[in-house]
Write a protein that binds this ligand. Structure first.
Ligand code: HEM
Length: 473
């Protein structure tokens, strides 16, 4: 420094001191602004209850666990605070945990630009999923959501029911063979079994006949694009007349209002996102449904009677698209299972502006909100005796007057699950065929311990006993 000031002379010395002073003042100003803003934020956050913490320095670090005990702790928080509570990850990082429809509403229903997804929560998925619908934001997300929505229209989903039936037949044939070999009934880890099933159906619905491996989605897209370019759009459509298109076809043909299509990279990211979002989520939903039906044999029997009545007199044991709306009790059992064991237990958002709540409190700009799906589904204000599995909660009479945000396994608002109809259709087909063909029993030696990761799983798998039932003529 001395050499520099000597070289610049007395004027240079003044310039350097002025520069350093300016930098220092700038830094002091920024710090003062940040501290003032943070104090204002803390002032607003003081209106939210804070559960006991470890210390002002550690906050609640380490108190929220991805274990059975962690979920029980959420039950306690919800039972005590009912709407929301404030959680400190560190002395400078607060999170609002929300678990009541009234507190969730302004954020879940806000525009995706006002309450976008939080990067901290989702960022680590980026290298894996690319910029697909789940992770993208801003104009890109809005454009893709518009382009992709028609791919989940009822008319398209209809054509996938055959794949759901087929994959279920294959899985059941294996279960039957295993049970026969075991002398009557077989103990199976159903999360893994159903994970293979949902992977299989997704492969069929996204890539239909083409062989696919997760690493090579881009290659499949490229091959399909070349075929489309070779034939031309019109000839391609004529070629497919009368046939059902898979998701990949629909994405390749999708055009926005200006006639622009999705790039190959975009299509690959969306296909990978569907594989990721649609696979383990649906498997978790199915596995917990079978578990809940095993815990409650009388509800299981009621579903079985409903399905058998539906299939009576048919040549093939096949669930058709039209049947899906004629399984009211089975649907109630599915919904109650998604309430008690939601496959996705929480989603997160960051507020880009102050958001007012119904009771006058304000969620300050910049705050991360953890929207607890599990907590909302276990809130005694909305669900009396929340730990009890009772499908009748979803009967039309009992559902009257309940907030639509009380039951949110697929989230809600602009960033809700685009695949929810697909998932519900698959859940109904697999559940109906399974109860019709198997008695599902608990494996008393292996009670599951829940493990809420990205998806609600179990520590050592979900083991159930399956006993094939005699076929009904
Ligand atoms: C039982 C099964 C399923 C459950 C419980 C479920 C749940 C959810 C939830 C809670 C979200 C919101 C995530 C967030 O806000 O961070 C979501 C988003 C999404 N889901 Fe599902 N999902 C299921 C099945 C599926 C299926 C089968 C597909 C596709 C084939 C799918 C595709 C997506 C996509 C692309 C998004 C992102 C939507 C957006 O941000 O615009 N999901 N899902």
């Amino acid at each position: 420094m001395a050499a520099v000031t000597w070289a610049l002379g007395p004027l240079g010395e003044v310039a350097i001191v002025t520069l350093l002073l300016a930098l220092l003042l700038g830094w002091l100003w920024d710090t003062a602004v940040t501290v003032t803003r943070f104090r204002a934020t803390c002032h607003q956050l003081r209106r939210f209850p804070r559960p006991p913490w470890r210390s002002w320095l550690l906050g609640h670090t380490g108190l929220g666990k991805s274990t059975e005990e962690g979920l029980q702790h959420v039950d306690e928080l919800v039972a005590q605070y009912r709407h929301s509570c404030l959680w400190w990850i560190s002395p400078w990082m607060p999170i609002l945990r929300l678990f009541h429809p009234d507190t969730l509403r302004p954020i879940l229903l806000a525009s995706a630009f006002i309450a976008p997804k939080d990067q901290l929560f989702y960022g680590f998925l980026k290298p894996w999923l690319g910029d697909g619908l789940l992770l993208s934001c801003g104009q890109k997300w809005a454009r893709h959501r518009r382009l992709l929505t028609p791919a989940f229209h009822w008319d398209v989903l209809k054509s996938y029911v055959g794949a759901f039936n087929h994959s279920t037949h294959v899985m059941h044939a294996k279960w039957r063979a295993a049970a026969q070999a075991a002398g009557g009934q077989v103990g199976l880890e159903v999360l893994e079994q159903l994970s293979l099933l949902t992977l299989d159906t997704l492969q069929k619905c996204i890539f239909s006949h083409e062989s696919h491996c997760q690493d090579f989605t881009a290659a499949v897209v490229q091959r399909r694009r070349q075929a489309l370019n070779r034939l031309g759009r019109q000839a391609w459509l004529e070629d497919h007349r009368g046939q059902s298109m898979d998701f990949l076809d629909l994405l390749l043909l999708a055009k926005d209002e200006d006639g622009n299509t999705l790039s190959d990279e975009d299509i690959a990211a969306e296909a990978d996102t569907f594989m990721f979002e649609g696979h383990d989520t649906t498997a978790s939903g199915l596995a917990w449904l079978l578990y809940n039906l095993a815990c409650h044999p009388h509800y299981q029997e009621q579903c079985r009677q409903e399905v058998r009545e539906l299939l009576k007199g048919r040549d093939a044991e096949e669930i058709k698209w039209e049947d899906l709306s004629h399984l009211p009790f089975t649907t109630m059992c599915i919904k109650e299972s998604l309430r008690l064991h939601p496959p996705v237990t929480a989603v997160s958002r960051r507020c880009t502006r102050d958001i007012a709540l119904h009771d006058g409190r304000v969620i300050p700009k910049g705050i991360m909100c953890l929207m607890s799906i599990y907590g909302t589904h276990h809130n005694p204000d909305i669900w009396p005796e929340p730990q009890v599995y009772n499908p009748l909660r979803f009967s039309p009479e009992n559902s009257k007057g309940r907030s639509p945000l009380a039951f949110i396994p697929f989230s809600a608002g602009p960033r809700n699950c685009i695949g929810q109809r697909f998932a519900m259709a698959e859940l109904k087909v697999v559940a109906a065929l399974t109860v019709a063909r198997f008695a599902i029993k608990l494996d008393a030696g292996r009670p599951p311990r829940r493990k809420p990761e990205l998806i609600l799983r179990t520590e050592d798998g979900l083991w159930l006993l399956l006993e094939p039932l005699p076929e009904v003529a």
